[in-house]
Design a protein around this ligand. Structure first.
Ligand SMILES: [Zn+2]
Ligand SMILES: [Zn+2]
Length: 209
């Protein structure tokens, strides 16, 4: 398995390209520029993107989803993010004046606790509401990785002042779905630097274990 991280888009979203053994590549989050970046990276190995997994449907994480979909990739997300995803105008108020977000449809609805298999790679989807409706974390146990979107950042947490945000739900998600993972699990947030479960349990000022 190979994994690449790209920081892309006007507000720096972490996008992750995973190339498993025995399956098409998987992309976690699709910020602006991720389509071109993924094409460029995959051109070397001849792989293609089979699935795009979305941690949530905020504009900065889904900007290129429609491009991947047109190219044949399956868009996988929680059904509670469907309205945000398919009706980009609903996000206009906080797109910082940007325009032109193309709607994409969700092909595969992901449920809490569902394990997705891509060749030798197993990814568990965990519902982590709080930052916005339909927020998911993706846990790869074999590699000790947790992709958490905008739920939790190094020393911080996601905003809960956007429509559908709820701080007490976020707190519960972090405590029950992330802090229950082993301390050594690496946390890969939607923005900024990486951290670990142990580090956040010890020092995150917003959500105490
Ligand atoms: Zn967000
Ligand atoms: Zn974001």
């Amino acid at each position: 398995m190979q994994i690449y991280n790209f920081e892309l888009g006007p507000i720096g979203v972490n996008s992750f390209l995973i190339i498993p053994e025995g399956a098409d590549a998987v992309l976690i989050d699709a910020p602006e520029g991720s389509f071109e970046q993924a094409q460029k990276t995959l051109a070397r190995s001849g792989d293609k993107i089979g699935h795009v997994l979305l941690t949530h449907a905020h504009w900065d994480h889904i900007w290129d989803a429609a491009k991947f979909q047109s190219a044949g990739a399956k868009i996988c997300a929680h059904k509670d993010g469907q309205a945000l995803m398919e009706t980009p105008s609903s996000q206009k108020g906080y797109m910082f004046g940007l325009d032109g977000l193309s709607p994409a449809k969700i092909d595969v609805f992901l449920r809490d606790g569902q394990t997705l298999k891509f060749g030798d790679l197993a990814i568990e989807a965990r519902a982590v509401p709080g930052h916005c409706p339909g927020s998911l974390a993706f846990v790869v146990e074999s590699e000790k990785l947790a992709f958490v979107g905008d739920l939790l950042f190094a020393g911080s947490v996601g905003r809960t002042d956007f429509p559908g945000g709820d701080f007490s739900a976020l707190e519960k998600s972090v405590r029950e779905k992330i802090y229950t993972l082993p301390d050594s699990v690496k946390i890969l947030p939607g923005h900024g630097g990486f951290t670990s479960v142990g580090e956040e349990k010890a020092s995150n000022p917003y959500v105490r274990p």
